[in-house]
Design a protein around this ligand. Structure first.
Ligand code: HEC
Ligand code: HEC
Length: 372
């Protein structure tokens, strides 16, 4: 009995001592909670999105109009925003996007939000700047199916545009260069700030709930951030789809040229199936996923990624946690007041000389947009 009591007393004493030692320690040098270490680890690979500074507001305003104006397309029906709705994640939620005449492109529309963070543009990286990219869709037969001479003639016929270009570019003429510069500068304003993840990264411990935090931990531990990194959580490198386990052979469809990715640009065998690693910012808003818009199911993509890119079979719990974490990458969506843009009325009829191009377009339905 006595020994027991003694034991108990000393146990209590010991416990008290431990507590006071810990308390003491805490005062002098606070033991870092686990999240702080995780935060350092994450920060080394993924950074907070920052707004782009120093943009010319007149160019941005002009670019915003051009981006939303369907009259830049051959028949006045399709604008950049048709496929890249900035209020809905910067894409259109479809597997393949219909352009002029309903023709479909061969790959899924990526988001334009934060697109300046991409080291190159397009799934295969064939444009090295937003300016170079913006020229593509205007003349792509399955997108806006127009020509620059047409677009320039249209813009020169509209006083509001003539004024807008003058404000933005002074005496420089309205040409492909000034048009794409304005659009690209507008795109540079489409940053999605203030996501829960960014708030957490900046020190707000409450910005992520325990499941989201577990998902972030898994994202790091499993190795997703070896490819999806930088402020865009992607967009910084090319990688092979099927990095450690063949992916394309596992698909229940036959392959086509669009699956070759970077190879279409370089014709190098080692570039087959290599794609720009997509950004994961706002990914919860940009289904369907992958270059072929394979599925809307983000959990399925997480499973595929772990298996084919990293050789790991994830537990369902880990998949759910990572999906929860990916949801915290959604920031404040940009907004647009279409009425305030005061766009010219839709042009009912396309110029006669451009109509021939429409026929060319139909033949191009099956082509990937390599022509851009
Ligand atoms: C008919 C639908 C459609 C229209 C219209 C369209 N795009 Fe796209 N956009 C796409 C598709 C599809 C891709 C991917 C093509 C590829 O990678 O081969 C893309 C890619 C992009 C990218 C690259 C993003 C990335 O992550 O690589 C940007 C930026 C972009 N478009 C901006 C624009 C702008 C600016 C306009 C208007 C001038 C425009 N788009 C018009 C469908 C469209
Ligand atoms: C070896 C590099 C690599 C690793 C590691 C990797 N990914 Fe990817 N990820 C890619 C590439 C490349 C694509 C585009 C593939 C395609 O479109 O066919 C992609 C696409 C995605 C997409 C679809 C995005 C979209 O907008 O369509 C998601 C989501 C994704 N990855 C999440 C993850 C997660 C979660 C992990 C960790 C389990 C991970 N990735 C690991 C390279 C990688």
């Amino acid at each position: 009995m006595r020994t027991r009591t003694l034991y108990r007393v000393s146990a209590i004493l010991l416990a008290t001592a431990t507590i006071s030692v810990t308390a003491c320690k805490k005062k002098e040098a606070p033991a870092p909670p686990a999240e702080v270490n995780l935060r350092d680890r994450v920060s080394a690979q993924i950074q907070v999105i920052k707004p782009v500074e120093g943009l010319n507001p007149d160019r941005v305003a002009l670019g915003e109009r051009l981006y939303h104006d369907p009259n830049l397309s051959l028949d006045g029906t399709i604008s950049c925003a048709s496929c890249h709705d900035i209020t809905k994640g910067g894409d259109d939620g479809m597997q393949f996007s219909p352009g002029v005449g309903g023709l479909l492109g061969g790959v899924n529309s990526p988001t334009t939000l934060n697109s300046h963070l991409n080291f190159v543009q397009f799934w295969d990286g064939r444009a090295d700047s937003l300016e170079a990219q913006a020229a593509g869709p205007i003349e792509n037969p399955v997108e806006m199916a127009n020509t620059f001479p047409n677009v320039i003639a249209y813009l020169e016929s509209e006083d509001s545009y003539v004024e807008g270009f003058k404000k933005a570019f002074g005496d420089a003429e309205i040409n492909q260069n000034t048009i794409t510069t304005a659009i690209a500068d507008y795109e540079r304003t489409l940053t999605t700030l203030n996501s829960p993840f960014d708030r957490w990264l900046e020190g707000d411990d409450d910005a992520l709930n325990p499941q989201e935090l577990a998902g972030l931990q898994a994202f790091m531990d499993v190795g997703c951030s070896s490819c999806h990194q930088g402020p865009g959580v992607g967009g910084t490198m090319y990688q092979r789809m099927g990095n450690v386990k063949d992916y394309f052979g596992s698909l229940e469809r036959s392959l086509d040229e669009t699956d070759y990715g970077r190879y279409n640009v370089t014709q190098k065998e080692e570039d087959k199936f290599r794609f720009k690693v997509p950004m994961l910012r706002n990914v919860a808003e940009t289904a369907p996923y992958m270059h072929d818009g394979y599925t809307d199911d983000l959990g399925e993509i997480v499973r595929i990624m772990a298996l084919h890119q990293l050789g790991q079979n994830l537990e369902q719990q880990q998949i759910d946690d990572i999906v929860a974490f990916l949801g915290t990458l959604t920031g404040d969506m940009p907004t647009v007041d279409i009425a305030a843009l005061n766009l010219p009325k839709p042009r009912a009829v396309a110029p006669a000389d451009a109509k021939d191009d429409e026929k060319d377009g139909e033949e191009a339905t099956q082509e990937p947009e390599a022509a851009e």
